[in-house]
Design a protein around this ligand. Structure first.
Ligand code: ZN
Length: 438
């Protein structure tokens, strides 16, 4: 039996060191594509010096890019656990700087919170991982059957040189993992599944005519004067109708959805931070159309982003959108002969992940959470997407669970993490490691 009381005390005693470490980590401007410096000059040296893994490597998955992952492991008999974290962060554009109360790359501490880019997403989570292992070493614990990967490129779905490549490297080295924990910011709710997301575009073709002809385009005329579609068709009006049809699909799908965790408020405690109805959404991100001020628009296009839950799936979601637009078009005299053109996933498709809520590791994590926080654990779904999808594709199930949360200004100005959550997250993870990995 490990002396976890001592570990908790050690973590409390090192509150300042943990905080300083997180601040230092934020100072490295590791925006996606520029992760080498933080990996090579800060994280890897720390791990080499402080953590007791059997194997440690700065792993460049692509010879063309200076974007190394860090992988470490120690083998053992018991359950294999993989800890995953991404070191890349979202950039802060010039025009957003004025909305920050401080420099995003030079963190400040205010009201017991650390403010800086990546504080919540997910340099806080990475800090917990490394310091939980370090804390356990203070009582003589050595990692066994534990893998750790600090990867590049999560924010842009560069998993082929990030998570997927790093995990394959671990598996090629003979590691076996029964479970993965990614310390993305979930407010320490256990996220057993996520939504998937993709883009799609709808193009509607109309018929250009002089704007002075709008009257004959819209209203019946006496015999002999052309009118309606004979004269012109306003593609922008047509696409607005399609937007309304998609909005109806969005509401009807979500209200008829029955899901244990996503978009319902949390299980068994309905107090998650995802918000209700998070499972199926269609956002019109761009609307474009027309070419000249004095012409009725002859073309229009919407570009949308859709989130869908694993229970509906990608193919079914595409079918829903396609059939909705098709059946609406049949009721429109122009569109039935000029059907809208749909293209799916031109930019991206990030599939969801889903893990059994009854997985032994999930149960242990829940017990440990309740023991350390003395609060009932909340199971929920992740309405965003993350690298667990790609771990699941490699046969490793897992959950996201970490300090920080989506309302702590992730990807926006004044991102922060409360220091108490950082410290508590470190304790919970330490308890979990000793219980699960032995
Ligand atoms: Zn993240």
């Amino acid at each position: 039996m490990h002396n976890l009381k001592k570990v908790d005390e050690w973590i409390e005693d090192h509150r300042n060191e943990i905080t300083n470490f997180c601040c230092k980590l934020i100072e490295y401007k590791s925006i996606t594509g520029f992760e080498e410096e933080v990996q090579k000059n800060f994280l890897f040296p720390f791990i080499e010096k402080e953590l007791d893994f059997e194997y440690k490597e700065l792993y460049y998955a692509s010879s063309k890019e200076r974007r190394p992952n860090i992988i470490c492991f120690s083998k053992g008999e018991k359950n294999g656990l993989l800890l995953n974290g991404h070191v890349d962060v979202v950039d802060v554009p010039e025009n957003q700087l004025s909305r920050w109360q401080s420099n995003p790359w030079s963190p400040i501490i205010k009201d017991k919170k650390i403010f800086g880019r990546g504080a919540s997403d997910m340099k806080g989570g990475i800090t917990c991982m490394l310091w939980a292992i370090k804390a356990l070493q203070s009582i003589g614990w050595r990692p066994k059957n534990l893998g750790l990967e600090l990867v590049v490129g999560e924010e842009h779905m560069d998993h082929n040189i990030g998570t997927t490549a790093a995990t394959k490297r671990l598996l090629d080295n003979g590691c076996k993992f029964d479970f993965c924990l990614s310390l993305e910011p979930t407010n320490c709710e256990i996220h057993v599944e996520s939504c998937g997301t993709f883009d799609f575009e709808v193009i509607v073709e109309g018929k250009e005519t002089h704007t002075a002809n709008r009257n004959v385009m819209l209203y019946p005329q006496r015999l002999g004067i052309p009118c309606g579609d004979e004269v012109g068709v306003d593609a922008i009006s047509k696409i607005i109708d399609i937007v309304r049809v998609l909005q109806k699909l969005e509401r009807e799908t979500v209200i008829n959805l029955r899901n244990q965790v996503i978009g319902v408020g949390g299980l068994p405690v309905p107090l998650d931070l995802q918000g209700l109805g998070a499972a199926f959404t269609i956002n019109v991100s761009f609307i474009e159309g027309g070419s000249y001020i004095a012409s009725v628009a002859g073309n229009a296009k919407i570009t949308c982003q859709c989130y869908y839950p694993p229970q509906i799936g990608y193919e079914e979601t595409k079918k829903l959108i396609l059939e909705t637009i098709e059946s609406y078009s049949k009721t429109d005299s122009w569109l039935k002969n000029h059907p809208p053109q749909l293209t799916f996933a031109k930019r991206f498709h990030w599939p969801p992940y889903q893990t059994d809520i009854g997985h032994p590791a999930v149960k242990i994590l829940a017990q440990v959470h309740e023991k350390v926080t003395r609060k009932k654990v909340i199971f929920s779904g992740n309405k965003g997407v993350n690298d667990l999808t790609f771990l699941q594709k490699l046969g490793i199930s897992g959950v996201t669970y970490g300090p920080g949360n989506i309302f702590m200004n992730i990807h926006g100005p004044n991102e922060y993490i409360p220091i108490d959550q950082l410290v508590e997250g470190t304790k919970i993870l330490a308890h979990f490691l000793t219980t699960y990995c032995g």
